[in-house]
Design a protein. Structure first.
Length: 276
């Protein structure tokens, strides 16, 4: 596929927040104000409306890397205990089956296992942040699953395979959270989330080879298994880094005290046409 005559687009690792938070402002007040502002700033950084977003969400795992090819994805309300109205929310962005085929071709060319799912809908790891990023749902979005086993090196390799999309007007977004331990929120999370977040920032600032090795060995980081008892919310980061392997990390969201104690961050990798 030919490239377009525009600067290549950056990649992102973002927090998608808890459940359907953009539709719960009456209940949650300004809890998500900083995250929402950071997400809403992404179109300015990107500098133009892209062809599509490729979203790797923490909330979809399959035995193979599986690409969503539904032209009109439905909603997957993959959360529990929220108000009744949040099970009626809509984010009706179009899919892009042609792009899904392109993604699968790139994955197969890299020798990685791949599949297509023509029925899969959008989960909240996609529609909650996208409500803040493109509230009019006027940019096509396709989701790409994690692979079961959550091997960090394999997901870095996935990112490398997808890198050409950045020259085809596609923004690659890993959607998770830099700290995800639902049993350790609030004040008890202050020290471990800060320790892990500090390590993450230092690791992402290293040269490309050291950065990749640090991420592959993330379990040795301070408080690693407190921050991520299970790493599905961290692994989307590997895809974003792999797709921008030689480029610098820029922290685009930072909060110390989120949800009563968490230190959390989001990152952009690579320059962005509108970021300066």
């Amino acid at each position: 596929m030919s490239t377009i005559n525009s600067p290549r687009l950056p990649t992102y690792f973002i927090s998608h927040g808890g459940g359907p938070w953009p539709w719960m402002k009456a209940e949650m007040g300004d809890t998500y104000a900083r995250l929402e502002a950071a997400l809403a700033d992404m179109p300015r950084q990107i500098g133009r409306k892209p062809r599509a977003i490729l979203m790797v969400s923490a909330h979809w795992e399959r035995p193979r890397f599986t690409v969503q090819a539904n032209p009109h994805p439905s909603m997957v309300y993959d959360y529990g205990g929220f108000p009744a109205h949040t099970y009626q929310v809509r984010y009706d962005a179009p899919g892009d089956p042609a792009l899904a085929q392109r993604v699968q071709t790139l994955i197969e060319a890299a020798g990685l296992p791949s599949g297509i799912d023509a029925e899969r809908g959008y989960d909240h790891g996609m529609f909650s942040p996208m409500k803040a990023i493109y509230p009019d749902a006027d940019v096509p979005v396709i989701q790409l699953s994690l692979r079961q086993g959550l091997d960090p090196a394999e997901h870095l390799a996935l990112g490398r395979a997808l890198a050409p999309l950045r020259d085809e007007d596609v923004v690659i977004v890993g959607s998770g959270l830099s700290y995800h331990n639902l049993r350790a929120f609030g004040p008890q999370a202050q020290a471990p989330s800060r320790a892990f977040d500090d390590w993450l920032g230092q690791t992402l600032a290293q040269d490309p080879a050291a950065r990749a090795q640090g991420l592959i060995g993330w379990e040795t980081a301070p408080a690693a298994r407190i921050a991520h008892p299970r790493e599905e919310h961290l692994i989307p980061l590997m895809v974003a880094v792999g797709a921008a392997e030689q480029e610098a990390a820029h922290r685009v969201y930072y909060e110390n005290g989120f949800m009563g104690g968490l230190t959390v961050s989001s990152y952009r990798f690579g320059d962005a046409p509108g970021a300066h």
